[in-house]
Structure formats: structure tokens, C-alpha cells
Ligand binder design. Structure first.
Ligand code: HMG
Ligand code: MG
Length: 314
């Protein structure tokens, strides 16, 4: 049973934050794995529609090597098309000095470096060991901070890795601490292949808290491979996290982790948060319409349960 006009009934629960900032990753994480190149005008329109739906952080693109992620080779064209959206933060992924030069040249105000908790994924995603990747990021973070940029540090494979299996919590905390010590403002904990369950999330967040990382600096980034993304998000909110990554329509995967399926769908997240009376600023109807439109552009339906339920209502 729904509340009014395609919204859930609101029933608050104790021990949760009053507001959640959604870090929308659809245009970057959602699209990076698409085989056929999405026209740059469609990407720009996607970002504009997401902003119009009330998302205030929209990860726009990556300044990586175009051979590694051909879908995002148009970053130079795309960023100026959306760079002046009022009140919207537009972080971009930057792996190295070359990427930072490109981002600074276009006036980006926020970047993300992307480390791995495991050696296998560091090699697959960055052609580096974990140490080499962190050594590559250190000068990037320093220079970005000198330019007054906000810096996020992603950490992939925080729970399990397709080559190495379960990832020990201490291993993750060690790399998290190195990213924080390097100068990252925020950490995004990636369950890149979607294998986490709620107790594991709680264990990692508790260990991070014990290592001195405040929950206000932590974001969670769940994939829904085994249908656990929302349960894991709720566990994280109960641990004091109030920044959640999600991808409109559940788009996504990762080109260098074959078993990764879609990210947590932003609509599924907003449905849960609306139901809990947690403020996000997002208009679920407009967001759903955006994902239905994007699904038409991509030629296949959105995997989001909420998008399907709401778009089949009429
Ligand atoms: P490499 O081959 O080791 O690069 O790749 P290199 O440093 O040896 O340089 C080789 C050539 O690339 C040089 O050109 C450089 O100038 C050029 P050449 O002299 O041969 O003509 N180059 C660049 N060109 C444009 N932009 C750049 C750049 N850097 C070097 N920034 C590299 C190393 C890091 C570049 C490569 O591995 C790469 O681009 N990786 C990115 C992969 C990627 O974007 N993966 C997806 C994002 S991470 C993710 O999805 C996980 C996340 O979503 C969270 C989660 O779900 O867990 C964040
Ligand atoms: Mg992801």
C-alpha cells in the first residue's frame, strides 16, 4: 500500500539521521560500463534532469584514460555543458596528475580518487599495486586541496573481491586511514561486487569509528547483486552514516569487476528514506520520470523495483 501520489506512508524509526545527502553516481558509475556510447547531449540532459529532481551532488564523469573507459572519453565536452548548474556539486573522478590537470582546466570544484582495498582490483582498475596507486594519488590530493577542491576517496572491494574472496576489515581500515591521512575529506566505502551483508557493514563501520574516522566523513556505496543494498544502507544509517551513493534507475556495474551488477537504485533508496521520514530534497516522481526517460535512451528497462512499480501505475 502506498501513501499519496506514488509515495510511501511515512513512519519514522528511532536512531536514524534526520537528513541524508544522496551522492548520485548514475552519469559516471551508471554509464561507464555501457557498451554503446551514449551521446554527450543525452548525458548532459540526464545530469540536468537529475538536478531538477532535487539531487544536489551528481558525479558527472571521469578524467581517466579514454582507452580504459571509452564511454567517458567525452569528459571535456560534457563538463562545460553542465558545469554551471546552480546549487549542484559535480564531482569528477581523477586518478592521477594528468586527470587533475584536465579537471582543473575545466573548472571542476570537486574530485574523487579511487583506491582499492585489494591488490587484484588495484591492478585491474589502475594498473598499479595498492601502494603504487596510493603513491599516485598523494600528490593529486595535495594539489587539489591547495586549489581549494573538495576531495573524496573511494575505496573499492571493501567487503569481498572476485579474485581474493572475503576482505578482512583491518585491511580496509588500513587503506581508509591512508586516504584520510593523505587529505581526503570524505571516504566512500564501495561494495563493488555487492556481497556485503548488514553485520559486515556494521563491523567495518565500528572498526573505522574505533580508528578515529568520524561517521560524518563516511559515505557508503552499495551494489545490489544479491539484493542487499538497502538492508546494508539501513545498517549504515543506524551506525551514523548520512551520505549514501546511489545510481538513478540502478544503472551501473564496473568495467574492471565482471561480477558487479547495478548500483543501489536512487529511487529504491528515496522510497525507503521517504518512508522513514528522512529528508533528501529529492522529488521521487521527477526522478522516476528521469530514469524512465534514460531507460528509453538505453533501450532497456530500469532494474529498479521502485521505477518499475511507479512507472507501471498509470
Ligand atoms: P596506465 O596505462 O598505467 O597509464 O593507466 P600510464 O600512467 O602508464 O600512462 C599511459 C598513457 O596514458 C600516457 O599517454 C598518459 O599520458 C596517458 P602516452 O604517453 O602513452 O600517450 N594517461 C592519461 N590520459 C588521459 N587522462 C588521464 C591519463 N593518465 C594517463 N587521466 C590509469 C593508469 C590510471 C591512467 C588507468 O588505469 C585508468 O585510466 N584507469 C581508470 C579505470 C576506471 O576509471 N575504472 C572505473 C572507475 S573505479 C570504480 O568504478 C569503482 C567505484 O565506482 C566504486 C565501487 O563501486 O567500488 C569508484
Ligand atoms: Mg559502483
Amino acid at each position: 500500500m502506498t501513501g499519496t501520489e506514488g509515495l510511501p506512508m511515512t513512519v519514522r524509526a528511532p536512531g536514524l539521521p534526520p537528513r541524508v545527502r544522496i551522492h548520485e553516481v548514475g552519469p559516471r558509475d551508471g554509464l561507464q560500463n555501457e557498451k554503446s556510447v551514449v551521446p554527450v547531449e543525452v548525458k548532459a540532459e540526464f545530469i540536468r534532469r537529475l538536478a531538477a529532481a532535487g539531487l544536489t551532488t551528481v558525479e558527472a564523469t571521469s578524467f581517466v584514460h579514454p582507452k580504459w573507459v571509452p564511454q567517458l572519453a567525452d569528459a571535456e565536452q560534457l563538463f562545460p555543458m553542465v558545469g554551471d548548474l546552480p546549487g549542484v556539486r559535480l564531482p569528477v573522478l581523477v586518478p592521477n596528475d594528468r586527470g587533475l590537470d584536465r579537471a582543473l582546466g575545466l573548472g571542476a570544484r570537486e574530485i574523487a580518487v579511487f583506491a582499492s582495498a585489494t591488490e587484484s582490483f588495484a591492478k585491474a582498475n589502475l594498473n598499479r599495486t595498492v601502494d603504487e596507486a596510493l603513491a599516485m594519488f598523494a600528490p593529486v590530493v595535495t594539489r587539489a586541496v591547495e586549489h581549494g577542491l573538495r576531495v573524496r576517496g573511494y575505496l573499492s572491494m571493501c567487503f569481498g573481491d572476485p579474485w581474493e574472496g572475503p576482505v578482512p576489515v583491518e585491511q580496509v581500515v588500513t587503506v581508509c586511514r591512508r586516504l584520510i591521512d593523505m587529505g581526503c575529506d570524505e571516504l566512500s566505502l564501495g561494495d563493488t561486487i555487492g556481497v556485503a551483508t548488514a553485520g559486515h557493514v556494521r563491523a567495518l563501520l565500528t572498526a573505522l569509528h574505533d580508528s578515529g574516522v568520524a561517521s560524518s566523513r563516511i559515505a557508503v556505496h552499495f551494489h545490489d547483486t544479491y539484493g542487499q543494498a538497502l538492508a546494508n544502507t539501513l545498517a549504515a544509517l543506524q551506525c551514523g552514516v548520512s551520505t549514501v551513493d546511489a545510481s538513478a534507475g540502478g544503472l551501473g556495474g564496473c568495467p574492471y569487476a565482471k561480477s558487479a551488477t547495478g548500483n543501489l537504485a536512487t529511487e529504491d533508496l528515496v522510497w525507503m528514506l521517504d518512508g522513514l521520514g528522512i529528508e533528501t530534497g529529492v522529488d521521487l516522481g521527477r526522478l522516476t520520470a528521469t530514469s524512465v526517460w534514460m531507460a528509453e535512451q538505453l533501450g532497456r528497462p530500469s532494474p529498479s523495483r521502485t521505477v518499475r512499480a511507479l512507472s507501471h501505475k498509470e
